[in-house]
Write a protein that binds this ligand. Structure first.
Ligand SMILES: Cc1cc2nc3c(=O)[nH]c(=O)nc-3n(C[C@H](O)[C@H](O)[C@H](O)COP(=O)(O)OP(=O)(O)OC[C@H]3O[C@@H](n4cnc5c(N)ncnc54)[C@H](O)[C@@H]3O)c2cc1C
Length: 527
């Protein structure tokens, strides 16, 4: 019995060691972000992120453990008690308790003001310690729509829809979703067949179906639809905002069913039929795809990269603490070279991802505030896609490593958060652009625009803080990237390989540039 009691006491101590204040405990995201903002902003961020990190531990974590459990998942209620169609998604009460904490942090309400990207990224990073947490996707979609309305919509549409999205009170706020994907394919958005017919007064009727509709409970749906007389492909798509209700009733849509998903299970994803739903265009309809990708999807890709990095952080913290407490063959498992190697690789991958995400966040901040240079815009266009690809692949690998460190316990749902992180990380790999789609997008962008010059300039400056060999390596990678761009047949495969090498190198360079020499050396060793 004594042996069992000791083992259980070790496990209890491991749990107690997890930080109550994840913001204060973070050795990298916090200082790298501080280095990008002025002192007043850093102090305010410390206050808000410190509070929210503790709320994630105290409220969001326990609430999600219940709301994401298979017995408490969201369910569809299509009719009310007297047979009227309502198309409602019903959640466990704990889901809403978590939502109140998330919205109160200001993560979404910050979208009312341009240039709050560091605050939003830091809050989302902390939330992602719980995976998608049921609310990362709704928050991201709402931020994306708010930005699209702020930057692209005409005044009347902005006035009508923006205000309720940027409210910090969860019970009063409206939430948004974004529906692009149709059953015939998500990567090939140009194959969208859902139609938008002009209904007069600048309003459109939307008919068709959407296949992957996350935040199916949203109050405002952003969607793409084909406009009459437009060209085939993406250039013929408009971008619209559609209120869930008109005159108190569902606005021309039916929720066919909720999807039974591998991950992000606390949040509701549906298939939706649209039949004459009333919607308003966000900016000129002929520029719809530009708005959908340039504002909305890019926002989601940035936030997905940040979320993936937050999941890596949690996996690392869990595994490092476990390795200090769990004993095998008379020693803490962290004393075994093979375990230490796994932990070091995890830490290196997390550190590179943090450096890359803070860099993208800085660019988001500048672009949103209207203070970006041409170089910033070009570099952002490259790295928002490349970093989403890299961070989402890496997150799954890091969480899997953490599960390995926890052994069999790592696979048990109520033992730790890791199974949920693993399931969510895999979903993050697909949504907002699969790996291949992102690599192909980078390739096309590099063929049309001088993005490789921007990479040479910005990454060149960063790796200049490290050994000379990094500069030589960058030159070689850029030569390969240039050849890939010129080779339509094999180019995508070669570019994916180049990105697999370029992103960790960039991460190491950014860390060295920021004065984080130890972390830069670690990334260098494991890249
Ligand atoms: C849980 C979940 C929630 C989602 N929520 C939403 C949502 O709210 N709104 C929304 O619009 N979408 C949503 N999606 C859809 C998501 O964006 C798509 O799954 C994704 O864009 C890929 O589309 P697809 O699944 O149709 O795959 P496909 O496009 O069929 O791709 C299948 C495979 O082919 C590869 N491929 C495709 N084209 C190429 C190419 N040119 N070169 C090389 N490889 C290629 C892809 O990389 C992928 O590996 C969600 C997805 C998931 C899993």
């Amino acid at each position: 019995m004594e042996v069992h009691d000791h083992a259980r006491a070790d496990l209890a101590r491991w749990r107690e060691e997890l930080p109550d204040d994840p913001w204060a405990a973070d050795e990298l995201w916090r200082p790298l972000t501080h280095a990008r903002v002025d002192a007043a902003r850093a102090a305010e961020l410390d206050r808000r992120a410190g509070d929210f990190g503790r709320r994630v531990v105290e409220v969001v974590g326990p609430a999600l453990a219940r709301a994401e459990h298979r017995h408490h998942l969201p369910r569809l209620e299509r009719y009310d008690g007297i047979g009227r169609r309502v198309e409602e998604v019903v959640f466990d009460g704990e889901y809403h308790r978590a939502g109140r904490a998330v919205w109160a942090s200001g993560l979404v309400a910050d979208s009312a003001v341009p240039g709050r990207a560091h605050e939003q990224a830091s809050l989302l990073y902390l939330l992602s310690a719980e995976g998608e947490a049921g609310h990362a996707c709704p928050a991201t979609c709402t931020i994306g729509l708010a930005r699209a309305l702020r930057r692209r919509a005409d005044e009347e549409v902005r006035e009508r829809f923006l205000g309720p999205l940027v409210v910090a009170d969860y019970d009063r706020a409206e939430r948004a979703s974004q529906f692009l994907t149709e059953v015939q394919g998500g990567s090939d958005v140009g194959a969208n067949a859902t139609r938008a017919e002009p209904a007069g007064d600048g309003v459109y009727w939307i008919s068709g179906e959407k296949w992957f509709c996350s935040v199916a409970d949203a109050d405002q749906f952003l969607l793409t639809a084909r406009v009459p007389g437009g060209p085939a492909g993406t250039r013929g798509l408009g971008c619209f905002v559609m209120p869930r209700h008109l005159d108190g009733r569902p606005n021309g849509f039916v929720l066919r069913r909720l999807k039974d998903k591998l991950g992000t299970r606390a949040m509701a994803s549906a298939e939706i039929d649209l039949d004459g739903a009333v919607a308003w265009p966000i900016g000129p309809v002929e520029e719809g795809f530009r708005t959908a990708v340039g504002v909305v999807l890019n926002t989601s890709r940035w936030m997905t990269a940040v979320g993936s990095t937050g999941m890596m952080r949690r996996a690392l913290v869990e595994a490092e603490a476990y390795a200090r407490h769990r004993r095998a063959f008379g020693r803490p498992i962290g004393a075994f070279a093979l375990v230490a190697e796994t932990l070091a690789r995890m830490r290196a991958r997390w550190a590179a991802a943090v450096a890359l995400c803070v860099e993208v966040t800085e660019l988001e901040d500048r672009i949103d505030a209207g203070r970006a240079s041409d170089l910033d815009v070009a570099w952002h266009r490259f790295c928002v896609n490349a970093v989403k690809y890299h961070a989402s692949v890496t997150a799954t690998a890091v969480v899997r490593d953490a599960i390995e460190v926890l052994g069999g316990n790592g696979t048990i749902e109520d033992f730790s958060v890791l199974p949920r992180l693993y399931r969510d990380a895999i979903v993050y790999e697909s949504w907002e652009g699969t790996h291949n789609v992102l690599v192909t997008q980078v390739l096309h962008d590099c063929a049309r625009l001088p993005l490789l010059d921007a990479v040479r300039e910005r990454v060149g400056a960063a790796v200049g803080s490290g050994p000379a060999s990094w500069g030589d390596e960058l030159t070689g990678l850029l030569d390969r990237a240039k050849r890939a761009v010129d080779d339509p047949e094999n180019g995508p495969v070669e570019l994916r390989r180049v990105l697999d090498a370029l992103l960790p190198l960039t991460g190491a360079g950014l860390l060295a540039e920021a004065g984080c020499g130890d972390e830069a050396a670690l990334v260098d060793e494991y890249r």
